[in-house]
Write a protein that binds this ligand. Structure first.
Ligand SMILES: N[C@@H](CCC(=O)N[C@@H](CS)C(=O)NCC(=O)O)C(=O)O
Length: 199
């Protein structure tokens, strides 16, 4: 597989970098965050966002989609439940849950803190965003207090996708009293290829 990853540090790009490393896929890296919104990136992702992976000449965006495709195409690494299996249904469940019930709330706060220009920001939702993230995080905390990983009792790409948002919550100070999620992150950080921000 010929892969070029257009990436931006420990942003959501790091999900893709970590997946590539776990999968043992050699890849080219274009690590230039300033390329976001450039014509070069817009030719691959019309919103000009990163990451984008060019895989065998075709561009794919959305970090979760990139991780899933890469994991599917590295069968020797055994990094994801097989398509059509119950484990794969759980992969879809947990990634959709994390992206919509957790990441979306923190993204809304980020958009209104530093992504949009000041005159377009609305600050009224910060508290509600933290509360809604907290509800979903608390449920995930219960799950991950009973099991080490999300799917098939083993580390998979599902944990890379979901773990990134758990880590964002940690960095926002939203994991206090959620010991199950804190311990889950420690398990992820112990993996040598973990590409997440650890500050
Ligand atoms: N849902 C997308 C989010 C991509 C995204 O928003 N990337 C940010 C960096 S974390 C970006 O490119 N921002 C530049 C911009 O919006 O101009 C994914 O998971 O890949």
């Amino acid at each position: 597989m010929d892969v070029t990853l257009y990436e931006s540090g420990t942003s959501r790009s790091s999900r893709c970098r970590w997946t590539l490393l776990e999968a043992g896929i050699t890849f080219n890296s274009v690590a230039q965050p300033e390329l976001a919104k450039s014509d070069e990136v817009k030719a691959m992702h019309p919103l000009g966002k990163l990451p984008v992976a060019v895989i065998d000449g075709r561009a794919l965006f959305e970090s979760a989609a990139i991780c899933t495709y890469l994991a599917d195409h590295a069968p020797d690494a055994d990094l994801i439940a097989a398509p059509g299996s119950w484990g794969r249904a759980l992969h879809d469940q947990w990634t959709a849950f994390a992206l919509t019930e957790m990441e979306a709330w923190l993204w809304n706060t980020a958009v209104n803190k530093f992504v949009l220009p000041p005159d377009q920001r609305i600050e009224a939702g910060f508290e509600q965003n933290a509360m809604m993230f907290g509800r979903a995080a608390s449920m995930l905390n219960d799950v991950l207090s009973r099991q080490d990983y999300l799917v098939e009792d083993r580390f998979t790409a599902t944990d890379i996708i979901v773990g990134w948002i758990v880590n964002w919550g940690r960095r926002q100070g939203l994991l206090e009293n959620l010991e199950g999620l804190q311990a889950y992150l420690q398990r992820l950080f112990e993996r040598p290829h973990c590409a997440f921000a650890k500050d």
